[in-house]
Every structure is written in structure tokens, then in C-alpha cells.
Design a protein around this ligand. Structure first.
Ligand code: CO
Length: 148
């Protein structure tokens, strides 16, 4: 009887995300690669924090990396427009409304963190992250999954 009650309580307990589950980290290297091809966060995250790191030694002007989140369908357009924007603009068109979140472009030993809310994003959204440095988005990309 007692066991049944506890089991029911466990099953119906409201789910919540541990802060750690909402803190993401990804590293770009000199081979134009991210160390992850997928990032997952619980839908219950109040705020997501993403830190991008650079493990290489090649200068930012040559092998810079940023982290940009968008709908998968928007990735190509954002990357194309970002190319013209230049490094000082983090290879992103000014006020590009297609961009959900992004860090700045970093070089070796640098890191950057972006914090953003996901509550307005449907858990079944087809989202991707990528690096908008010219030529990088074809390889430096992955799925961003909001887990119900
Ligand atoms: Co890159």
C-alpha cells in the first residue's frame, strides 16, 4: 500500500530541470569542428547557458568560431548574410531576427557565453546550431533538441 502510494507520488511529481542540465558547453578546434553534433536541454529550463570554447591555436581571423542557434530552415540564409557582415559583426547580419541566440566569434584561449530562454520555442521545433564564420556552417553544425 505504502509502496504504491510512493510510486504514484514519484510518477506525478512535477518534473523540473536541474540547473546543470541547462548549462551547455561546446568546443571548436583548428580542424573546423565542434566536439558535439547534438545538444539537448530539458524543456523545463528557465534559462539556458551556452559557453563556446576554442581548443586550437589558429587566429580568430582564420579559424574563428561562434555558436548560433536558429531554426534549421534558417541556417543557410543566416550564414549567407553573415558572411557579408564581417568579423567585427561576428559574421551575423545586424539584428537578424532569425537568430534565436548567439555568441561572439572567438579565437584560441577565448570563451564566450550566451544565456537565453527557450519557453517560447516549441519542444518539437527543428532547431540547429552552427558556426557562422565563412565556410564553417557546412561542417560546424548540430541539432539542438528541447526535450519534453
Ligand atoms: Co567556426
Amino acid at each position: 500500500m505504502m509502496y504504491k502510494y510512493l510510486l504514484a507520488a514519484a510518477l506525478f511529481a512535477p518534473t523540473f530541470a536541474f540547473a546543470g542540465d541547462c548549462d551547455l558547453e561546446i568546443t571548436g578546434n583548428d580542424m573546423m569542428q565542434f566536439d558535439k553534433t547534438e545538444l539537448t536541454v530539458p524543456a523545463t529550463c528557465e534559462e539556458v547557458s551556452l559557453t563556446v570554447k576554442h581548443s586550437g591555436t589558429t587566429a580568430k581571423q582564420v579559424m574563428g568560431h561562434n555558436w548560433v542557434l536558429a531554426k534549421t530552415a534558417d541556417v543557410a540564409g543566416i550564414a549567407e548574410d553573415g558572411l557579408k557582415a564581417g568579423l567585427d559583426a561576428n559574421y551575423l547580419k545586424a539584428d537578424d531576427t532569425r537568430v534565436i541566440a548567439h555568441t561572439k566569434v572567438i579565437g584560441p584561449t577565448e570563451t564566450d557565453t550566451v544565456k537565453f530562454k527557450i519557453k517560447d520555442l516549441a519542444p518539437d521545433s527543428d532547431l540547429s546550431y552552427f558556426c557562422s564564420f565563412p565556410g564553417h556552417s557546412a561542417i560546424m553544425k548540430g541539432k539542438f533538441i528541447i526535450k519534453k
